[in-house]
Each structure stands twice: as structure tokens, then as C-alpha cells.
Design a protein. Structure first.
Ligand SMILES: NC(=O)c1ccc[n+]([C@@H]2O[C@H](COP(=O)([O-])OP(=O)(O)OC[C@H]3O[C@@H](n4cnc5c(N)ncnc54)[C@H](OP(=O)(O)O)[C@@H]3O)[C@@H](O)[C@H]2O)c1
Length: 160
């Protein structure tokens, strides 16, 4: 079994081994089969502002959909404003589309300024496009035989 031992507790790696719960540590009632709707059930996000980068597909779209369903105002980004608008149009609730291309610093600054222009600091930053962009940059850099790596940031999410 691969894994690390921390203070006597075996923490399994993600390589298909069983995770062993630590004694006395609270367990989340949610698991890999839990849905966003189940996890947010009963939570009223009215008045909260969320920013979801990469809102047009996959986990980003579902995150935007459910946060808006729970009452949050969601700013959703895509490399294409038209695609962001189309994604927002498929969601019930209050959403605002913005253009964001992570490989273009001017686009990042314009997006940040647009968010800053909203008269409310974001309560939630859910940065799903960062990893997608980093992955595609890494593979394109690797294909150009360079060892330089690029990290745009870290993915984070929180409900304040
Ligand atoms: N799906 C899962 O179950 C899961 C689980 C854990 C972690 N993740 C991670 O979460 C991230 C999203 O996964 P996903 O499955 O939802 O991926 P996805 O369907 O490919 O969505 C990626 C999103 O990122 C946007 N994007 C891609 N490149 C971009 C760039 N250069 N600049 C700005 N936006 C860009 C895309 O928007 P446009 O194409 O509209 O620009 C799209 O909305 C991935 O990094 C994945 O590793 C996913």
C-alpha cells in the first residue's frame, strides 16, 4: 500500500488504496456520489456574490447553476463572452457573464477590473478555469520540449 504516515495515522494516496478514517476526526456526510444540490440543500445564498471561472461546461457550469439556484449572484467566465452568456442563459437565477482568457494578461486585468466594478466583494471564488488552463499550457509547453512550468494560481472555493 502506498501512502504517508502522519502521527500514527495512515493517509492513503489516491492510487486506488482505501482511505482509513482517523479516530475522532469529524467525517463529512458527503462523498464522491454527492451532488451539488445535495451539498447545498437548505443553504440560502441570497445576497452572496460568487465568481466561477470556467462556467461553460463540466464542474464549472454545474457549480454556477446550483449556486444561482440557491440565490447567489454568480459571475461566470469563459474565453468567449458569447459562450459565457449562453451558459448564463441556461441557468435560473442572477448571473453575469464575463470574458476571461487566462493566457492573456490584458484579459485577466479586464476581468478583474469588471469584478472590482461590482459594488460588492466576492464571497466565493471558484477558480475552475485555472487548472484547465494550467493543464493545457503544461502540455503545450511539454510538447515544445521545455522544462519550464507555469502555475497560474491555485483552485479555491469557499462559502462565506
Ligand atoms: N469534472 C470533475 O469531476 C473534476 C473533479 C475534480 C477536479 N476537476 C478539475 O476542475 C477543472 C475543470 O474541470 P471540468 O471537467 O469542468 O473541465 P471542462 O469541462 O473542460 O471546463 C473547463 C472550463 O475552463 C474554461 N477554460 C479552459 N481554458 C481556459 C483558458 N485558457 N482561459 C479561461 N478559461 C478557460 C473553459 O471555458 P471556455 O472553453 O468556454 O473558455 C471551461 O468552461 C479541471 O482542471 C479539472 O481537473 C474536475
Amino acid at each position: 500500500m502506498s501512502g504517508a504516515s502522519i502521527a500514527g495515522v495512515t493517509v492513503a494516496s489516491c492510487a486506488g488504496t482505501d482511505k482509513i478514517p482517523a479516530e475522532g476526526v469529524p467525517r463529512s456526510p458527503y462523498g464522491e456520489d454527492s451532488t451539488a444540490e445535495e451539498v447545498t440543500e437548505g443553504i440560502d445564498l441570497t445576497g452572496k456574490l460568487a465568481v466561477v471561472t470556467g462556467c461553460t461546461s463540466g464542474i464549472g457550469f454545474e457549480t454556477m447553476r446550483v449556486l444561482a439556484m440557491r440565490g447567489a449572484w454568480v459571475v461566470g467566465t469563459s474565453r468567449s463572452l458569447e459562450k459565457a452568456q449562453a451558459a448564463c442563459d441556461r441557468v435560473q437565477g442572477t448571473t453575469t457573464p464575463l470574458q476571461l482568457e487566462l493566457s492573456d494578461p490584458d484579459s485577466i486585468i479586464a476581468c478583474a477590473n469588471a469584478i472590482r466594478g461590482i459594488n460588492q466583494p466576492p464571497d466565493m471564488l471558484i477558480l475552475l478555469a485555472i487548472l484547465a488552463a494550467a493543464a493545457s499550457r503544461s502540455s503545450s509547453m511539454a510538447s515544445r520540449n521545455t522544462s519550464r512550468s507555469i502555475t497560474w494560481g491555485t483552485s479555491s472555493s469557499s462559502i462565506a
